[in-house]
Structure formats: structure tokens, C-alpha cells
Ligand binder design. Sequence first.
Ligand SMILES: *[C@@H]1O[C@H](CO)[C@@H](O)[C@H](O)[C@H]1NC(C)=O
Ligand SMILES: *[C@@H]1O[C@H](CO)[C@@H](O)[C@H](O)[C@H]1NC(C)=O
Length: 326
Amino acid sequence: MDERKRSSSPLLFLVLLFAVLHLPGAPRCATAASNPRMLFLVKPDPIVLRDHGGELLTGNVTVNILYYGRFAPAQRAIVADFVRSLSAADVPHPRVANVAPSVASWWRATSLYRGGGARIRLGRQQQLMTLDEKQRSLSPENFTAMARRAGHHRGGAITAVLTAANVRVSSFCASRCGVHDHAKAGAHGKTRFAFLWAGNPAQQCPGQCAWPFHRAPAQTAGAPPLVPPNGDVGVDGLVISLAALLAGTVTNPYGDGYYQGEREAPLEAATACAGIFGSGAYPGYPGKLLKDRATGASYNAVGLGGRKYLLPALWDPTTSQCRTLG
Ligand SMILES: *[C@@H]1O[C@H](CO)[C@@H](O)[C@H](O)[C@H]1NC(C)=O
Ligand SMILES: *[C@@H]1O[C@H](CO)[C@@H](O)[C@H](O)[C@H]1NC(C)=O
């Protein structure tokens, strides 16, 4: 819980709203679970992310990935296919044709923001495989240096640093599942680059950062956790964080785009809708989702090659509502 406040560069983080939503919610959840419709009697305050007018990431944007620590090839494929699917043309997959919304249709919510959104391309992927004890312990400050060293910032790219399950990051799990931020680069610090970090929570806090594929920390009863669409609680959870952070990065890359609340602890495109994945969601219930008949896995979007994902709701600036797929 080392929450160092930095004045020079705002640390924009993905607040762990799941835990907040669950902890005090036990009686309310019980009521809601017995009669979900009750929730509609209480109209929630509309969430409004104010447009602060700063530069957004639009046009062609490359996402480069730095896998920090061991990710199996199958795990990297889950992540890479997700990023590749974001701006892919909608090609119906024979097995899921007309059944599920595409990952690209999920990402299109970001094109409703000023500037028309970003067309994402997967760029370089690197992996730092063998880490000594010291290298397995990081603070968010390390990611700035890593992103800069990787040189990924050239040409309007986002660097995504993804840490393996055994890498400890201060504040990971305690208050966040990942962060996005920006830093200055270039000879005179004139150019800026955006970067993000998300961790594989499998060993450290699956209940917080891989919900609903794992029980929330305070949850002792109720529905069992959902089966993750790619069979990997940690990486399917990581994709939820990555998806949320990418949406936050393009719509609020430099801390003066779309957000609600404090600049240092903003609610952004996805965090404003934390815990919501499908229609009818309420605290502790992710909402109505699709189910894979063969595996029992829950998902709400399909990417290239028919790969399934569970992606968070995004705030829609045209309706001021959280937009769910399907
Ligand atoms: C973006 O990429 C597409 C496809 O590669 C290309 O046709 C287009 O010209 C690019 N746009 C810009 C502004 O660079
Ligand atoms: C993380 O940052 C600290 C402080 O700058 C530094 O001492 C440490 O070597 C960095 N760790 C890695 C793995 O880069």
C-alpha cells in the first residue's frame, strides 16, 4: 500500500472497484439476487466522464507488448489475438457466426469519443524470460523506464508491459490490477508517449483482478466463479485489465481527456463501468453473458479465429450509459 503520490506525472490507475463493490454489498447483493428487477427501481446517478479537451489517441495506433517474465506461448497467443482483433474487419467465424458480437464491435465504443477513435495494430512483441529475485519485484516507476528503454514510443505507439504471475509489483492487488500513464521522450522532452502495465493475477489476487473467473475476496456464498473463455483464469483476467487500460489510454492518454473525478484517481471509459460485463449487471453479478456449450466458459465477444473473450462494459459518451455487448 505504498501509494506514493507523484506531482510531476499523474499516475492514472485502474482502481480496483470490484472489491469496493463487493465488500459492503452483502445484504444488498442478497436482495438483488433474489429479485434482480428491484435494482431498476433505484435509478443510479448517470455517470458523466467530462471531456477535458486534451489530446486523445486517434488514427493508427500501434500496441507493442513487453512480456515481463514467463508467459507460455499459449498465454501470449491469448493476449496477441485480443490486440489483433481490436480493429480487425468483422469476419463472421463459421462456428460462431451471428451468435456473438466481435471484439472489434466492443472496441468501436471508443470511436464514439471525440476524434473518432484509434485503429489498433499489434506491433512488436518482446519477452524478458529469466528474471532474478530482484527483477521480480517492481514498482510502477519501473514501467516508465522500461517503456522508454524499449523505444516503443516512436511513432505514436502504446507500450504495454505485462508482468508474469510471479512478478510482484508494489500496489498490485492492494489497490490496482494495472496502470496506464505517460512520460516525456525525445531530445528536449517534447514528445510524449503512453504506456500501460497489467499483471497476471493468478497467484497474487485472482479474486480481485480475475473476477468473475475467481471468487471475490469477500464472497463466501452465491454463484460459483465463471469458467474463463481461454481456460486460463490469470490470463483471461489479465485481458480484462488490458482491455480496460487500452480503452482508458486512448480516451485519456495524457490525463486531460475523458474522465470523472480526480485527475490522479480518475474514472475512465472502462473503470466507470467496473464490474459490468453484460446487461442486467449488479454488484457481484457480471450481467448476462454467452456460454460456450462445449466448455461451459462465459464470454461476450469473439475475436479473430473464433477466440472468445470476456470484455468489460465501456462508457458510451453518446448515451452516458455503460455499453454492454449483445
Ligand atoms: C492507417 O493504416 C491504414 C492501413 O494500414 C492506411 O491505409 C492508412 O493510410 C493509415 N492512416 C494514416 C493516417 O496513417
Ligand atoms: C526498478 O527501479 C528501481 C529504482 O529506480 C531500480 O533500483 C531497480 O533496479 C528497477 N528494477 C528493474 C527490474 O528495472
